[in-house]
Design a protein. Structure first.
Length: 188
């Protein structure tokens, strides 16, 4: 998947941020925390604005994060992609023809080694590494696997985005609206 040069993926935590995202020319965005009852309205608004949404399946309030919920999301809302820490969710998203992003929390070396096994098993389209400010780890992972990397978590400054891109990430996910605005102004 190509993000059409989008180096920052807006990570949307609430409706106010979603409305800001709709006003911006970004094509792709990530819905983080949302209640299941808001999904239909959010996806309709996104479609009206020609936006493509990734949805974090683990953070939907009122919906279990399993393969059945993933099937429901894919059939009912047709997201551009699904993000999850769960292997079964990633596998089901891929089976439904939806881009799958395996979210990985790197706590220590053991978590990193388990993540390599998980990536090999699920074969996601992307991985999202958290925390995203671990530049040496991003470089290491980029050299070891062929799956494109998104860096997320604790990315709050322009220099941090630039650093993760230089380290080998395809893009950074961030909930900072100031960063969203900055990377729009640099594209002009």
């Amino acid at each position: 998947m190509d993000l059409n040069g989008q180096t920052v993926l807006p990570a949307i935590r609430n409706m106010k941020a979603f409305e800001k995202f709709l006003e911006m020319p970004y094509q792709y965005g990530v819905i983080l925390e949302i209640h299941v009852s808001q999904l239909r309205n959010v996806f309709q608004m996104a479609q009206n604005h020609r936006k493509k949404l990734f949805i974090h399946a683990d953070l939907i309030n009122g919906l279990k994060n399993d393969e059945y919920a993933t099937e429901f999301l894919c059939q009912e809302f047709k997201p551009y992609g699904i993000i999850s820490t769960r292997a079964a969710v990633i596998t089901k998203a891929k089976a439904k023809g939806v881009l799958a992003i395996q979210r990985i929390f790197l706590l220590d070396s053991q978590a990193l080694e388990k993540s390599y096994s998980l990536i090999q098993k699920t074969e996601p389209d992307y991985i999202e590494l958290l925390p995203g400010t671990m530049l040496e780890i991003i470089t290491e992972v980029a050299k070891k696997i062929s799956v494109p990397i998104l860096a997320g978590g604790f990315i709050r400054k322009v220099q941090e985005v630039d650093n993760v891109l230089e380290a080998g990430a395809a893009a950074a996910t961030s909930s900072s609206i100031d960063l969203w605005k900055h990377y729009l102004s640099t594209k002009k």
